[in-house]
Structures are given as C-alpha cells and as structure tokens.
Write a protein of this length. Structure first.
Length: 180
C-alpha cells in the first residue's frame, strides 16, 4: 500500500463544489465557544457536502484566523449564515418544513443508530455548547433529540467529533434510502 497524494484524490474544485447537489441537511451551531471546533465543523460539512451551517449566539463567524486554522478553506466552500437567536431560527426552519433534531442526551431521545431518515425530508441538526450543550428551550422546541451512544466514563464527546459522527450516520442513511 502507498499513501495517495492530494493530486490523486480527485477532489472537487471550489466552483464544482458549489454546483454539486448537497445532502438535505443543515447544521446549527448553538453558542459554540471554541474557534477550532467551529473550523472543524466547517471542514466536516465540506467533506459530507452539507447544505448550510447556521452560526448562532456567541458562535464566532468567518473570517477568523483561528477558525481558518482548522477549516482549511471550508469557510469558502460551505454556505453559512449568522443568526443571533437559535430558537427563532429553528422555529423558522420548522415552518419551512425542516425536521429539527437536537443532538443531546435527553429524556425520550432517539439513539443515533435508530434515528430514521427519509429522502423526502429536509433536516436540521443542532449542536450545542461545549459545556452546557444545546439550550433547554431549543431542546424543548426540537422535533427530536438524537443521542450518540457512549459506553465509557465520560458524559459527552467533543462537539466537532459529535458532528462528524452524526453527519456520517446521516449520510449513510440517506445513501441507503436512495438505493431503495
């Protein structure tokens, strides 16, 4: 085996990426403190061709050198928008027909592996603050809470890690429903 060179990976150019159909999913960052986490989420959203990122509350916005450090240019490819109030945003998205899922440990949450995805729907996932998680009022207004199963001693995963896990799971489920 030999590692592939970047030139052998056949990645899309910026113009091609912008024209590529996106999966019907938006990511909402609810009061994310870490600029490195924000950049990492941008990069992950680029990798999985996510429709859009909403940055809410105290979540910083590009351009920012610390976001850029981990985004590596994904702030140019992924569509994003700043919205001050996360709760009003999810209510707006629900009116537009989005199914909103907060990624949180909550009563009656659905385990990620059991969360059903339909290609006919559009989805929004809410990722919460590194310490406090998703705001309770946002959890209460969400259509679902989706929980990532964990088996160790820690109570949570890093937000950028959680986002990657959820996006990969969502992408796999969309690919499976498109095959049927």
């Amino acid at each position: 085996m030999r590692k592939l060179k970047n030139s052998e990976l056949n990645r899309l150019g910026l113009d091609e990426f912008k024209k590529t159909p996106k999966i019907p999913l938006v990511v909402i960052l609810d009061n994310i403190r870490s600029l490195n986490n924000i950049g990492s989420v941008f990069r992950t959203c680029d990798a999985f061709v996510i429709e859009k990122i909403y940055l809410c509350g105290i979540t910083a916005t590009p351009p920012n050198k610390d976001i850029h450090k981990t985004a590596l240019g994904a702030t140019e490819s992924v569509v994003w928008e700043y919205v001050k109030d996360c709760l009003s945003l999810i209510k707006k998205l629900q009116k537009e027909g989005f199914i909103v899922a907060s990624i949180e440990q909550a009563e009656k949450s659905t385990m990620l592996q059991n969360f059903k995805v339909s290609k006919e729907n559009r989805y929004a996932i809410v990722m919460g603050n590194e310490v406090m998680g998703v705001q309770q009022e946002v959890v209460s207004a969400s259509d679902f809470c989706v929980e990532i199963p964990q088996f160790g001693t820690k109570h949570s995963l890093n937000i950028s890690v959680s986002t990657g896990i959820v996006l990969w799971s969502f992408l796999e489920k969309i690919k499976l429903t498109n095959r049927k």
